[in-house]
Design a protein around this ligand. Structure first.
Ligand SMILES: [Zn+2]
Length: 246
């Protein structure tokens, strides 16, 4: 690295450096459906790669298909470098309304609710819903007309109380709500959904995109051990096998 008074030149293969205290601490990758720490994401790329990614990010935003959004407010973000070529994320439009910028104190719960909402908008989430629907359509036990995505369910006694299961379907065994668990699902979400579906007399099935016995997040264990140590996973292979074997 050569430092002059006017310019900082960084070798293309050196790892990129984030700023120390970014306003936007976490971003959501809408394709993988992961919440990522901004500093970790930046530092994991070589400088040259990151500059290239930065251009692609701007293009994606211009095309209305942003890849990364702020985990707190859901606004598309792009990468910016300061004069020392240290990187950070900035909102596409910086109107000062994001709590990350105003440094207003959100409760832990509000932050989680916001991230959960952001993840639900992701490509990864759309993909897993499709896989669940395909798997259900392959199974003659389910009535095809009842297989629906994102359709509201109201509580029987209280019209203000409703949930929108990722996928729902009914069979002779009753009504089922299928909820995808992406990278992470928060315990309060799991608990409130369990209670809601129990009250309306339906079964709730949590479905994961991946599962590794040796590497389980706490959030996976919350699901696993509250379901008699059962876990459901759907991916391209299981969906295909469901179609083949019905
Ligand atoms: Zn924000």
């Amino acid at each position: 690295m050569t430092v002059t008074s006017r310019n900082v030149t960084i070798e293309a293969r050196a790892f990129a450096t984030p700023v120390n205290d970014p306003e936007i601490e976490e971003v959501i990758d809408l394709i993988s459906g992961e919440v990522q720490r901004a500093t970790t994401l930046i530092a994991s790329h070589q400088y040259g790669e990151l500059v290239e990614a930065r251009v692609a990010m701007r293009e994606a935003i211009k095309k209305g298909q942003p890849r990364h959004i702020c985990a707190i407010c859901g606004t598309p973000v792009h990468l910016v470098a300061n004069m020392r070529k240290r990187f950070f994320f900035r909102h596409k439009t910086e109107d000062g309304s994001c709590p990350a910028v105003t440094r207003s104190a959100l409760s832990e719960e509000e932050i989680r609710a916001r991230k959960y909402h952001g993840l639900r908008e992701s490509e990864a989430h759309k993909r897993i819903k499709q896989l669940i629907e395909r798997s259900l359509r392959a199974d003659p036990a389910f009535d095809t007309e009842t297989i629906l995505q994102e359709k509201r369910w109201n509580a029987t006694d209280d019209p203000q109380m409703w949930r929108k299961p990722d996928v729902q379907a009914s069979s002779s065994e009753g009504w089922f709500a299928f909820e995808a668990q992406l990278w992470t699902t928060f315990l309060d979400v799991v608990v409130s959904r369990r209670m809601f579906y129990r009250d309306v007399g339906a079964h709730v099935i949590w479905v994961l995109a991946t599962f590794s016995e040796d590497y389980r997040r706490m959030t996976t264990d919350d699901l696993l051990f509250s379901n008699n140590s059962n876990v459901f996973v759907v991916d391209e292979e299981t969906a295909r096998l469901s179609e083949v074997s019905k």
